[in-house]
Ligand binder design. Structure first.
Ligand code: GLY
Ligand code: MN
Ligand code: MN
Length: 438
C-alpha cells in the first residue's frame, strides 16, 4: 500500500515553519464532523491542510506549529484514549502514543485545549490560521485570544496580527513532491481501470447508477476507500448538465454517456472524464463533435509546459473549439471575433482545468499580481474541454442537439513539458470503439 513516510510530513512542517514570520504560531483544526440526518453522520474525511501536515486522520484534533519553541515545535491536541468511548466510535491514537506514532513533540487531550493553547499563543506576535472556514473554529480562536487579553494587567501580551495560513501552506501544496506524484499516478491508474471497465460493461437498458456501481467496485477493490467527488454518469441529454449526479436515468441505445469519476487514494484525488456511445459506435454527428473536443484537448495538453501560463491551455482549447463550431455551422462569423466575443460559451461554459491534489479542485493561486501564473514542474492540473449542446437549442441543426461531451485527463508539469497521468484509459474514437466491441 502506498503511503507517504513520516519524513515527508516532517519536511512539510519544516517548510511551512521556515516561511512563517519570527515569533509566530500556526493553528490548524481537523475537519468538522457533520450530521447527515438524526444520529447518522457523513463519512469523516480529514481536512486536507490538517492531513498534509500531520498524516493524522482523527476528528476532534488540532495541530499547532510554533517555530523555534524550546520544548518542541509541533504540538498536537487529540482525543484521549477512553475505552468506553472507543467501544462506540473506534480506536484512537491518544496523546500518550501520539509523539511516537505521529512525530509530534508534545500531545495533549483535546478536552484541555482551552487551558493550554492560550498559554502557547501568549507572547506570540502573529497567529496563522484559516479564518472564515469554520465559524466554530473562528469563535474558539477569538476565545483563546480574548482569554489572553483578560490577563494583560498581569503582563500577558496578546498577538496583534492574524495572517491567512492558506497563502503559505497552499503554495507548498501546489508543488507536488515525487512521492506525491507517485500516489497520484496510482490513483489515476485505478480510475483509468474503472473507466475502461465502464466502457466494457455498458449496455442500453442499464441505469446510470448501475454503471456507477461498476466504477465504485473497481475503486474499492483496487484500494481506494471512496471517490474524490460524487461520480457523474450522464446518458443522453443528461451529459449536458455539468454537475449531474442523480445518475438515475435509464441508458438508451444511441446515447452518448459522459462519466466524470475519479478515486481518492491516500488523500490524493484523480479526476477523469470519458464520453462514449452506449451501443459502442459513435453516430456521425457524435463522432464529429467528439473529435472536435478531442482535438481541443490535445491542443490544450500541448500547451502544458513550464514557462507557459495557466490560461494558455484554455486559450488553445477555445481556439480549436471555436474553429470547429464555425466549420460545422454551430457558430457563424470570424473565429477571432467569435473568441473575443466569448461566443463559444453557448456550448463551452467552463474553464479547461483546475489544480489537482489532495482536493479535486486543489489549492493554489491561479493568478499572481493580477497575471496568470506561470506553470512550473510539479504542478498537477486537469485538462478537460467539453461541448454541451442544449437539447432545446434551436439555433443549431437538430442533429447536434442534446450532445454533451467532456474529455478530462490529469497532467503533471515536468521539466520538459508534461506527463499525462491518466493515459491508461483510451480516448481516441477508434480505440474506444475497438475496446467496446471486444
Ligand atoms: N469532477 C469535477 C471536475 O471535473 O472539475
Ligand atoms: Mn476536473
Ligand atoms: Mn472531473
Amino acid at each position: 500500500m502506498l503511503r507517504l513516510d513520516s519524513a515527508e510530513y516532517a519536511k512539510r512542517r519544516r517548510s511551512l515553519m521556515d516561511l512563517m514570520s519570527p515569533n509566530s504560531i500556526a493553528i490548524i483544526p481537523s475537519a468538522p464532523v457533520t450530521v447527515r440526518n438524526r444520529d447518522v453522520e457523513h463519512p469523516f474525511r480529514q481536512d486536507s491542510d490538517f492531513y498534509y501536515l500531520s498524516g493524522f486522520a482523527e476528528e476532534h484534533s488540532v495541530v499547532v506549529l510554533i517555530p523555534g519553541r524550546d520544548h518542541g515545535e509541533y504540538v498536537l491536541f487529540c482525543q484521549e484514549k477512553i475505552k468506553e468511548q472507543e467501544i462506540w466510535t473506534g480506536r484512537r491514537v491518544g496523546p500518550e502514543a501520539a509523539p511516537e506514532v505521529l512525530g509530534c513533540d508534545d500531545a495533549f487531550p483535546i478536552s484541555d485545549i482551552d487551558d493550554i493553547l492560550p498559554g502557547l499563543i501568549e507572547g506570540k506576535d502573529r497567529i496563522y490560521a484559516s479564518l472564515g472556514v469554520s465559524p466554530e473554529f473562528d469563535r474558539q480562536l477569538m476565545q483563546w485570544v480574548n482569554h489572553i487579553k483578560t490577563q494583560v494587567r498581569n503582563g500577558a501580551t496578546p498577538p496583534h496580527e492574524f495572517s491567512a495560513l492558506d497563502h503559505l501552506l497552499h503554495e507548498l501544496r501546489l508543488i507536488k513532491s515525487p512521492a506525491e506524484i507517485e500516489v497520484m499516478q496510482a490513483a489515476a491508474d485505478i480510475s483509468a481501470e474503472a473507466h475502461t471497465r465502464a466502457m466494457q460493461v455498458v449496455r442500453p437498458g442499464m441505469k446510470e447508477y448501475q454503471l456507477e456501481a461498476e466504477l465504485m467496485h473497481i475503486f474499492m477493490a483496487a484500494g481506494s476507500r471512496w471517490p474524490a467527488y460524487p461520480s457523474i454518469v450522464g446518458a443522453g441529454d443528461n451529459a449536458c448538465i455539468l454537475h449531474y449526479t442523480r445518475n438515475d436515468d435509464t441508458i438508451s441505445d444511441g446515447d452518448l454517456i459522459l462519466i466524470d469519476a475519479g478515486c481518492e487514494l491516500d488523500y490524493y484525488a484523480s479526476d477523469i472524464t470519458r464520453t462514449f456511445p452506449a451501443n459502442g459506435i459513435f453516430s456521425d454527428a457524435q463522432r464529429k463533435m467528439y473529435q472536435l473536443v478531442l482535438d481541443a484537448q490535445y491542443a490544450a495538453i500541448e500547451a502544458v509546459k513550464p514557462g507557459n501560463h495557466w490560461n494558455q491551455p484554455h486559450e488553445a482549447a477555445v481556439r480549436v473549439l471555436t474553429e470547429g463550431l464555425v466549420k460545422y455551422g454551430l457558430l457563424q462569423g470570424d473565429v477571432d471575433e467569435l473568441i473575443e466575443a466569448l461566443a463559444y460559451r453557448q456550448f463551452y461554459m467552463h474553464k479547461t482545468g483546475h489544480w489537482l491534489g489532495m482536493d479535486v479542485h486543489d489549492v493554489g493561486e491561479y493568478r499572481i499580481d493580477g497575471q496568470w501564473r506561470v506553470l512550473e514542474p510539479g504542478m498537477v492540473m486537469t485538462v478537460e474541454p467539453g461541448l454541451y449542446i442544449a437539447p432545446d437549442d434551436e439555433s443549431v441543426e437538430p442533429q447536434w442537439r442534446g450532445i454533451g461531451i467532456r474529455i478530462e485527463d490529469d497532467v503533471v508539469v515536468t521539466e520538459g513539458g508534461c506527463h499525462v497521468l491518466t493515459s491508461a484509459v483510451v480516448k481516441d474514437v477508434a480505440d474506444i470503439e475497438a475496446l467496446m466491441s471486444a
